[in-house]
Design a protein around this ligand. Structure first.
Ligand code: NAP
Length: 242
């Protein structure tokens, strides 16, 4: 597959999990992939804290000099804070989730806007979460930040449609990455698999497939969509034996 041949793709949160799977998939489809992460994993990655406007802005200037445009921006960098009932959540946990999950997207989209305008097929794909669509217990701060990502996606899609920039989001369900597996116990794994209509936790590559599609020319008519990639979690409960 070479449908991203010659395209310039920026992936935030590139060093791990879904972001790393996106780098691999876009790269194997012919794209030049630039990864931004706190800790760059190889020479094609750059150290960028997406929560830091000055760092993002400086990284965008480097890209402008090197490539002059960006065709696809995947906003994947994200954090989650510990599972706590709402009354026990420190306000700083809200700030941490919003600083990275929301402001990271604000920074990257604003800094790369002029480079996306320079593309003939620009697309932004934000990584939200099923928590943007249905409540997850003991994750008020993370859920609120991902709800903001969904709203921001629709708002950007409307503002930038006339400039030729499509903006969509995916809402992954439980996916086998360090972020999710760090909180996983055998009991939780079994309970999640029972709750997911497709009956399992997903692999990062499966989420990357949806992201690569939304970033491709094949999705040329799609903007402002917040797409669950969750094995049916947000569609409803698994079928009962009736
Ligand atoms: P992951 O394996 O922890 O990867 C997240 C990456 O983002 C890490 O490389 C991390 O770097 C990086 N990062 C964190 N803060 C950053 C910052 N300020 N600037 C730049 N990079 C930063 O997690 P993942 O599961 O792949 O998550 C990717 C996205 O999917 C997140 O937005 C997450 O909320 C979303 N998501 C995940 C799941 C799931 O079940 N896994 C479900 C729904 C949504 P360090 O490792 O150095 O901290």
């Amino acid at each position: 597959m070479t449908e991203h041949e010659g395209r310039i793709v920026v992936v935030t949160g590139a060093g791990s999990g879904i972001g790393a799977a996106c780098c691999e998939l876009f790269g194997s489809a012919g794209a030049t992939v630039i990864g931004w992460d706190l800790r760059p994993s190889d020479e094609s990655s750059t150290a960028v804290d997406v929560g830091d406007w000055d760092a993002v802005s400086a990284a965008a200037d480097v890209l402008a000099d090197l490539h002059g445009r960006v065709d696809v921006l995947v906003n994947c960098a994200g954090v989650i804070t510990p599972n706590l009932s709402a009354e026990d959540v420190d306000p700083q946990d809200y700030r941490r989730n919003f600083d990275v999950n929301v402001m990271g997207i604000v920074h990257a989209t604003k800094a790369l806007h002029r480079l996306l305008v320079a593309s003939d097929s620009a697309a932004i794909v934000n990584v939200a979460s099923q928590a943007a669509l249905v409540s997850l217990p003991c994750q008020t701060a993370y859920s609120a930040s991902k709800g903001a990502v969904a709203a921001l996606t629709r708002a950007l899609a409307i503002d930038w449609a006339a400039q030729g920039i499509r903006v969509n989001a995916v809402c992954p369900g439980f996916t086998a990455t360090p972020m999710a597996m760090g909180q996983m116990t055998p009991e939780l794994d079994a309970a999640v698999s029972r709750r997911v209509p497709l009956g399992r936790i997903f692999q990062p590559a499966e989420i990357a497939e949806a992201i690569a599609f939304l970033g491709s020319r094949r999705a040329s008519a799609i903007t402002g969509v917040v797409l669950p990639v969750d094995g049916g979690w947000t569609a409803g409960e698994p079928a009962l034996p009736m």
